[in-house]
Design a protein around this ligand. Structure first.
Ligand code: PBG
Length: 325
């Protein structure tokens, strides 16, 4: 055959493939979610997330130092609140000596350059397992936003670099920005979970924090996965309200949304490679049905190719190791 163009020329060796690769993963791409528990020397594997652990603070601090030494530069903190501290007002969420606040202080003490991002939502602290305050079976918006703003200030006081509201209440980014400004935390950033969908893939995370909703589901605040334009609207509004980084969540079934959002805003876009996505790869690999390392790198690369500047992922350490950084 005479062919004017032969696309296989650029695929014929590892050298030429790496030369023309459009997307590269590096440790700078990753945010590492951490689950923190009360107690000492607690290192408990999450049943639905093999090889991922809920650690007490002493172990978490060691882990953070190791992450830093691997070139990982940001952590996203989640805490497991004790049952007896849970209520319908988020009291424990704003406790200056709560586990989250103590964790932020201890991590910044031990590893001051590590960027500490904190989850802002009421679900781990809610007796109903919902992200907001419940009244007559409904998750009320404005009263919840007030607590989320207080919670953000309390994280900033403890030393957080970024707060990451994951609750999907209306108007919370503006309220949090204003509260941070009023408390002189003008350097604290907001990573907004802007397009967060009501997803079945959050299951393992809710096991990890014992935070599954006690009644109903989260569909009156998290987005319907049938929708694309709504994600653009949510994200643009969050940027207007003062979000420094926006997020699409989950990631794998939402690569189109990541691209759509990336094209629509002028701030960095993150995505969350969530617990159910982790569990799927782990389970299939355990059965011997897929190659775990290849699946990790292929899926993370697809997220970056879709437009994610940052990826929150439970695979961050694995990826750094596999990539040989
Ligand atoms: C809660 C929150 C959830 C996740 C992050 N923050 C769960 C939910 O909305 O029910 C999920 C993360 C994951 O599945 O890895 N505000």
């Amino acid at each position: 055959m005479f062919l004017q163009r032969r696309n296989r020329i650029l695929r014929q060796s590892p050298a030429i493939r790496s030369l023309v690769a459009e997307t590269q993963l590096t440790p700078n791409d990753f945010i590492v979610p951490l689950f923190i528990d009360e107690g000492e020397n607690v290192h408990s594997e999450i049943a639905s997330m093999p090889n991922y652990y809920r650690n007490s603070l002493d172990i978490t601090v060691k882990e953070v130092k190791e992450l830093w030494s691997m070139g990982l530069k940001s952590v996203l903190l989640f805490v497991k609140a004790k049952d007896e501290t849970k209520d319908n007002k988020g009291t424990e969420a704003i406790n200056p000596n709560g586990l989250m606040q103590r964790s932020i202080r201890a991590i910044k003490d031990a590893c001051p350059d590590m960027l500490v991002m904190t989850d802002v939502a009421l679900d781990p602290f809610s007796s109903y397992g919902h992200d907001g305050i419940v009244e007559n079976g409904e998750i009320v918006n404005d009263a919840t936003v007030e607590v989320l703003a207080q919670m953000s200030v309390s994280h900033a006081e403890a030393g957080a670099d970024f707060v990451a509201p994951s609750d999907m209440m209306d108007g919370r980014i503006a309220a949090i920005r204003q509260a941070l400004e009023q408390s002189n935390f003008s350097k604290v950033g907001i990573m907004a979970y802007s397009a967060k969908y009501a997803s079945c893939f959050y299951g393992p995370f809710r096991d990890a924090l014992d935070s599954a909703p006690g009644f109903g589901d989260k569909k009156t605040y998290q987005m319907d996965y049938a929708n694309r334009l709504e994600a653009v609207k949510e994200t643009i509004m969050d940027v207007e309200e003062g979000a420094d980084i926006v997020m699409v969540k989950p990631a794998l079934s939402y690569l189109d949304i990541i691209r759509e959002v990336k094209n629509a805003v002028d701030v960095p876009v993150s995505c969350y490679n969530i617990s159910g996505e982790y569990a799927m790869i782990k389970a299939a690999a355990k059965m011997g049905w897929i190659n775990e390392e290849k699946a990790i790198i292929e899926t993370l690369t697809s997220m970056k190719r879709a437009g994610a500047d940052l990826i929150a992922t439970y695979f961050a350490k694995d990826a750094v190791r596999i990539l040989g950084h």
